[in-house]
Design a protein around this ligand. Structure first.
Ligand SMILES: Nc1nc2c(ncn2[C@@H]2O[C@H](COP(=O)(O)OP(=O)(O)OP(=O)(O)O)[C@@H](O)[C@H]2O)c(=O)[nH]1
Ligand SMILES: [Mg+2]
Length: 421
């Protein structure tokens, strides 16, 4: 039987708004977690005086998470709906663990934003919405949660819905196209079936809304891009680069170019799982051989594309970044390592163009003298050696990057434009 299409789903929102409980409930009600396990968690949680966290414990498995009653690290779990199989990434809401949330969100195709009805929009609601936007999540479902603690009031629901809609509008989401669902993860209202507690609500429950998400498009209509992971020399064949097709389709016989070297030739063979293929599509991990390409023409970090539309090599590029952590301040001249697809290239901050409000994305300052942890910014970068990167609007798979230095992730970002060599 063919596998159902796969979706990566992040669950985001302010601390304590019920993200882990909602995921635990969803997994329980879809049969991904057996009832006896929930009973076991209930008993254990009760002993610790944390009975209300039984469902959250499905996701919060670290000892410290259970003791503190918060999510610290991201957790991946699988569950199935009628249409999809989901890998759900439960993100921490605590502000100290935003960097874990970023890792989670950067892997997601869609997100459920959980907002507790009694609180409404809070700091990390804003921060997570903005980061999701920056990280390229474009499908959202809003759960207005803890409706049981707000008397299932339609009026309160509408107030919070209006607050969230305004926030979404600020960062360019169209609130009118996004489902808002009144839920109680704790009681189980509108999670996998419609609740009698909210007779005024006529829309889908969470499970139905998940099946209404659009399947992420297979990027086979975009230009071919295969970042090289490694290159082998195989006797009788020659040089065989290996890598995963990110976008586009490569066919035997077509002419391809490796950038930055510019080496060009005809594709002689494509192999996947030790079998010859006539073509390779997005997601395929392949080895391929190109006529006339030697060991010195191709290395890790290079990108293969059609000779007619070769990958762009940046002399400089502009990026929008969010600074996660840095011991002091980042100024012009800073040269950390940019991790983009399989490339790791040092790059110099040539200018700090704008400082943005990470919560709203609004410009706070033109040409700031420095940026620090928590800031979002538009910057111009000059790679210290030739590097392939693409504007995120054109080829998203090759437009996102992480900035690393001193063994930690300093920032995450996306490429806005490229000044080609
Ligand atoms: N009354 C009520 N309480 C809820 C509901 N959902 C979650 N809670 C409670 O809220 C508390 C926090 O729930 P969690 O699921 O851990 O919240 P979280 O958003 O995952 O928190 P972090 O991961 O630390 O950001 C627990 O005591 C839950 O039982 C709900 O729908 N109604
Ligand atoms: Mg949690």
């Amino acid at each position: 039987m063919a596998e159902k299409p796969h979706m990566n789903l992040a669950v985001i929102g302010h601390i304590d708004h019920g993200k882990s409980t909602l995921v635990g409930r969803l997994m329980f009600e879809t049969g991904a977690v057996p009832a006896h396990l929930i009973e076991k968690y209930k008993a254990e949680a009760k002993e610790k005086g944390k009975e209300s966290f039984a469902f959250a414990w499905v996701m919060d498995t670290l000892k410290e998470e259970r003791e503190r009653g918060i999510t610290i690290d991201i957790a991946h779990k699988r569950f199935d709906t009628a249409k999809y199989y989901f890998t759900v990434v439960d993100c921490p809401g605590h502000r100290d663990f935003v960097k874990n949330m970023i890792t989670g969100a950067s892997q997601a195709d869609a997100a459920i934003l959980v907002v507790a009805a009694p609180d409404g929009v809070m700091d990390q609601t804003k921060e997570h919405v903005f980061l999701s936007r920056t990280l390229g999540i474009n499908q959202l479902i809003i759960a207005i949660n803890k409706m049981d603690a707000a008397d299932y009031s339609e009026e309160r629901y509408n107030t919070v819905k209006a607050e969230v809609s305004a926030l979404l509008g600020l960062v360019g989401f169209k609130a009118s196209e996004i489902p808002f669902i009144p839920t109680s993860a704790f009681v189980g209202d509108n999670i996998s079936k419609s609740s009698e507690n909210t007779p005024w609500y006529k829309g889908p429950c969470i499970l139905e809304a998940l099946d209404l998400l659009k399947e992420p498009e297979k990027p086979d209509k975009l230009p071919l891009r295969i970042p090289v992971q490694d290159a082998y020399t195989i006797s009788g064949i020659g040089t065989v680069p290996v890598g995963r097709v990110e976008t586009g389709v490569m066919k035997k016989g077509e002419t391809v170019t490796f950038m930055p070297s510019g080496a060009t030739g005809e594709v002689k063979s494509i192999e996947m799982h030790h079998e010859e293929q006539a073509q390779a599509v997005p997601g395929d991990n392949i080895g391929w051989n190109v006529r006339g390409i030697g060991k010195n023409d191709v290395r890790r970090g290079d990108v293969c594309g059609p000779a007619s539309k070769p990958p762009s090599v940046a002399d400089e590029f502009t990026g929008q970044i969010v600074v996660l952590q840095h011991p002091s301040a980042i100024t012009v001249g800073y040269t950390p390592v940019f991790h983009c697809h399989t490339a790791q290239t040092a790059g110099t901050f040539m200018s700090l163009d704008k400082k943005l409000d990470p919560k709203s994305g609004e410009v706070k300052e033109e040409n700031p003298t420095y940026i620090k942890a928590g800031d979002a910014a538009i910057i111009t970068v000059k790679p210290t050696r030739p590097m392939v990167i693409e504007p995120v609007k054109e080829i998203p798979q090759l437009g996102r990057f992480a900035v690393r230095d001193m063994g930690m992730t300093i920032a995450a970002g996306m490429c806005m434009s490229v000044k080609q060599k």
